[in-house]
Each structure stands twice: as structure tokens, then as C-alpha cells.
Design a protein around this ligand. Sequence first.
Ligand code: ATP
Length: 367
Amino acid sequence: MKAVRLEHVQKSFGTTVAVQDLCLKIEAGSFFAIVGPSGCGKTTTMRMIAGLEHPDGGRIQVGANVVFSDQTGEFVGPSQRDVGLMFQSYALWPHMNVYDNVSFGARVRREGRGEVRRRVVEVLERLKIANLIDRYPNELSGGQQQRVALARELVTGASVLLMDEPLSNLDARLRMDMRAELKRLHTETGKTIIYVTHDQFEALTLSSHLVVMHQGAVQQLGTPEQIYRAPANAFVSEFIGLNPINFLDARLRNGSLTIGGTTIPAPTAIGVNGTARDVVIGIRPEYVSVVPEDGMADGVRARVESVFQAGPNTFVHLEVQEFGRDARLLAQSFGDGGPVATPGSEVRLLLDRDNVFVFDRETRHAL
Ligand code: ATP
């Protein structure tokens, strides 16, 4: 097991800053996800760890080995870093069967035939594709090809496995199966896995720790729970979440939040001290509950605009005049397994106070 450490790593392409001042400490044996929107620098980071890209500055260490340092000029080549790689375009050689594809690297390094065969068979058995050893890529399903690519990475025996969007070519069902497979693999081998994805659900479910990046810079580093429950800024709260988050302008004063003409209690953690300030609140649809208006219900009055039913989930788009002109909100639930909301009907909504995020209006940082 090896830790990976990046200190003040940076990389530009012409005038584009792909990665700026990146500091990451990836613990040995962790499943570490790098997540962020397209172009935020995920692949560039991976390529720098792998040794496929030369950083402009900083220091990278894999285990005890400094593989790049702008101070000493050290640059260790990809094959000497003890890292394996699996990229989104995992292209298998079409003219080689599974055995030859998986053993290719080891054969190039002129390792002993018997030993290579033993390792390949062991890895294929682990991934439950040993029966496909003589097949060619065009005789395999997408999921099977993905496993062969994974086998190719595992067979190198590297301590650190880099995976860049490895499941992106698969359909939803296969992705789910492969996620379970990767998790099992991680537990069994104890290897350090660094995993790039733009799919925040994948990052949340797979990783032990993750970093959220935006425009080449770290936004937040933490466990999935920390990042979901306590986002460092509005960007993270919007990017990490199962459904689109609601943002509303508000004013924070004496432990209360005034939104339009309505005042609600601020989250307990905010307290009552501090001067009044303009904020933005973020609330996930799953923490907005909606009940039918029966003349007795508590909560803020709202009108149902539209309703979407998705299996067990009901999404309700609401117009909330009390929060201001044209204020709109998405709620995930309606009633309590009771009646279904109908467009045009009057309802009441309640925000789960301690799941309201409060961000400074200007910096968008969490208070
Ligand atoms: P995606 O999710 O779309 O793969 P990413 O987060 O992996 O994106 P990178 O591929 O690391 O992002 O790219 C970061 C930025 O650097 C982007 O603006 C990209 O256009 C730019 N970039 C990356 N590689 C090069 C290159 N070889 N030449 C010029 N610009 C590049």
C-alpha cells in the first residue's frame, strides 16, 4: 500500500490553467475520487500522477518515492512509478485475444512466461472472466471488455491504481454491477485507488475520500458524508447532490433567515450572534416537505406548478410567492405516501431547518 502526495502542483496549457496549486494527501489504501465538471483538471491531474504529463511546478510523491520535484528536477518515468492506469478509452487490441491483451505489458517487459500466465489467470479468475481467456474483443460484451481492461491494469501488480472514468461507456445496470466489483476489489486488495469521475453519485458511493475540483482548483476535500452534509461553498452544494439544489437569496439576522416576506429560523449551528448580512441559502429537494393545504397545516404557502413522478419519488415544482416574486422551489416529496399533488393546487411547505446551507452572498462560502 502506498500513499500519494501532491504539493503545490500546477499545469497550464498555453494560457489555460488546467491545474492550479493542487495539494492532495491520498492515504495509502484509500479509495480516493477526483470529481468535478468537464474541464476542471481531473484528467490532467491523473496524467501528472502517472508521469504522462510534466507538471510546471510542485512535487509529487508515490510511497517514499519522489516522482516529480521542481526543486530537484526529478522526473521518474511512468513505468517506474508503481502506478497502473485505466482510462475511459480502454481500447483493447482487436487482433489480440483476452490473454494477449492482459499480458501485453508483462510480455513487453520480458517477464517469464509461466509466471505471466499464472498472474493473468489469477486476475481473470478474480474478475470472473477466466472462461473468456481465448476470446477476441469483438466477441465480448461492453461489460466484459471493461473487465478485461481492468484485468490489464491489475496484472501489472502496481500498488496504486489510477482509473479515469472507467465506467463511462457502460449502461446503467452494468455500471452498478461494476461499481460493486470495484468496491470488492478494493477491499480485497487493499490497494490505493485514485478514481476520476464527473458523476458525483459514483464518487459518493465508491470513495472513502474525495476532492471536488472546479477550474483547476480544489473546492473541498473530505469524506463523502462531509461533502454532502457540509459543503464548503455553493458550488460544492450544487455539484454534489442527487437532485438539483434550490438557492434563495435571504438575509440572516439574530438566528433568523428572512426570505422575501417570510422569516424562518436559521440552522442551529449558525447561532444568533453576528451582524446582519446578505446570504444565499441552499436547500436540497429532499429536505423540502410539502403537505396539502387543509387550512390547519403549518408552513409557507405555495402553489404547485408541475409534478413529476419517478418510481417511488415525487418531484414537485412550486411557486412560492411568500419567498418573493417568481421564487421557485423543487421539492422531492409530497404528503406522506398520501395524495398526489395536482398542478395549480395550494400547498404548504416546510424546510428542514438543520439541512439548510447558508452561504455568504458575495464569496459563496459556507458560514
Ligand atoms: P473532462 O471531464 O471533460 O475529461 P477534465 O476535468 O478531465 O475534463 P482536463 O482534461 O484535465 O479536464 O482539462 C483541463 C483543462 O485543460 C481544460 O480546459 C482542457 O481544455 C485543457 N487541456 C487539457 N489537456 C490539454 C492539452 N493537451 N492541450 C491544451 N489544453 C489542454
